[in-house]
Write a protein that binds this ligand. Structure first.
Ligand code: ADP
Ligand code: MG
Length: 392
């Protein structure tokens, strides 16, 4: 199917692509100062001249779209038909070829800084805290040093991991943001340990081996907007400055986003912006959504805030992708239609989906990390896959 774009005269080529390949394509294209669509055009040109390409594994391919020259969609479809290939296979071959001929320029040269991920969506209850916690556990399990930042004044993340108290001598994150802290930020961070579960054996082994840390929420976080309003200079970048002193201690920092689009959210968006020399999609915002109408409206508002923050701060912020949460096809055709609508989006696109599960609910209610409570459950598996993809 081809959809002409009347502004540019190009056509939209829609064919599924594996998430890893999509990321590599985006990164390599950005390294060369071109966009992913230009890279696809170049990949197809190479592919037309290479009649015999090896078959590529296309398992897990997801919705992907790019723009090609007028007539490009038909030419691609005809060529796939001629070679007896599906469009997914044809595109995967073309891009594989292109990636081989365009090796990464920066990866071996630039050591990537800490990865900063904001799990953000002002809509309440979409699973930000659940996903932030499980993702950080998956990173820690992979061997990465992970810091979870409880940035929601309600402190659900801290409570669900049974971390409620400020370590002795520690200042709150807000005090650090205001420049009023007396101690190093490290003094406010706690290494997460396995917690006892009543009536249940603790899963054996040092699950995170001291690699999963949390910066808990503090009660004064409720005062954040009001306190920051009185700050005369450096307000826009105060979260960057507050967290910077501990960034060398971690491979990844996951921020559990606030439930509104206030100043706190603006600072969090700024915090995960792409730093100089950082690869596209190394850091950015991961957006949990539901398959309902209000989630689209919520995303629309969130996207506006991201764009405005980028413009005001002159920064670039990558939207890493959506995580569809609590999807259940049995909820009916409307839910399924919204599910398909999310999956049609390509920039950002859907990176993972989670069903609502008993293990997830119970781990929250018992206040035990999901990876400790049910390490082999489907959700833990999905989070491992997502962490692997984000870490790649
Ligand atoms: N996929 C899931 N399976 C089971 N429980 C979930 C899932 N996602 C979220 N929850 C639970 O739903 C509730 C709301 O999720 P939460 O992460 O607190 O949302 P948010 O942080 O966006 O407000 C929590 O009790 C959480 O543990
Ligand atoms: Mg939350």
């Amino acid at each position: 199917m081809s959809t002409p774009n009347t502004d540019t005269g190009t056509e939209k080529l829609v064919a599924n692509l594996m998430p890893q390949m999509r990321r590599d394509l985006k990164i390599r294209a950005a390294e060369r100062g071109i966009n992913a669509s230009d890279a696809v055009v170049s990949a197809l040109a190479l592919w037309y001249e290479a009649p015999h390409c090896d078959e590529v594994e296309v398992k897990g391919a997801r919705s992907f779209a790019s723009y090609v020259q007028p007539g490009g969609v038909k030419r691609f479809e005809d060529e796939c038909a001629k070679r007896g290939l599906s469009k997914v296979q044809g595109l995967a071959q073309a891009i594989t070829n292109w990636l081989v001929r365009h090796p990464s320029l920066t990866a071996p040269l630039v050591k990537q800084p800490v990865k900063r991920i904001l799990v953000g969506n002002q809509k309440g209850g979409v699973g930000k805290t659940f996903i932030a916690a499980a993702l950080a556990q998956a990173f820690a399990e992979m061997g990465l040093r992970a810091l979870l930042v409880d940035y929601d004044p309600q402190g659900h993340l801290s409570a669900r991991l049974q971390v409620a108290d400020l370590p002795t001598g520690g200042d709150s994150l807000l005090q650090h943001m205001l420049g009023k802290a007396r101690q190093h930020l490290r003094r406010s961070i706690i290494a997460l340990e396995e917690v006892p579960i009543e009536g249940r054996e603790i899963n054996p082994g040092p699950m995170f081996d001291g690699r999963l840390h949390i910066l808990p929420a503090f009660e004064d976080a409720f005062l954040m907007d009001a306190s920051l309003a009185t700050m005369s200079a450096g307000r826009d970048t105060c979260l960057r400055r507050a967290l910077e002193p501990v960034e060398d201690d971690y491979d990844v920092i996951v921020v559990d986003g606030p439930p509104n689009l206030g100043l706190g959210m603006e600072l969090a968006i700024d915090y995960v912006h792409r730093r100089k020399g950082e690869l596209v999609d190394h850091s950015g915002i991961l957006i949990p959504v539901w398959t309902d109408k209000s989630s689209f409206r919520a995303y629309d508002l969130l996207n506006q805030q991201i764009q405005t923050t980028c413009m005001n701060m002159r920064i670039e912020v990558d939207q890493l992708g959506f995580v569809i949460n609590a999807y259940d096809a049995r909820k009916g055709t409307v839910t399924r239609a919204f599910y398909e609508e999310w999956n049609m989006l390509t920039s950002p696109s859907v990176l993972a989906e989670l069903k609502d599960s008993i293990e997830g609910r119970e781990s929250s209610d018992y206040e035990v990390p999901l990876f400790q409570y049910a390490p082999t459950c489907v959700q833990a598996e999905s989070m491992r896959k997502l962490a692997k993809e984000l870490a790649a």
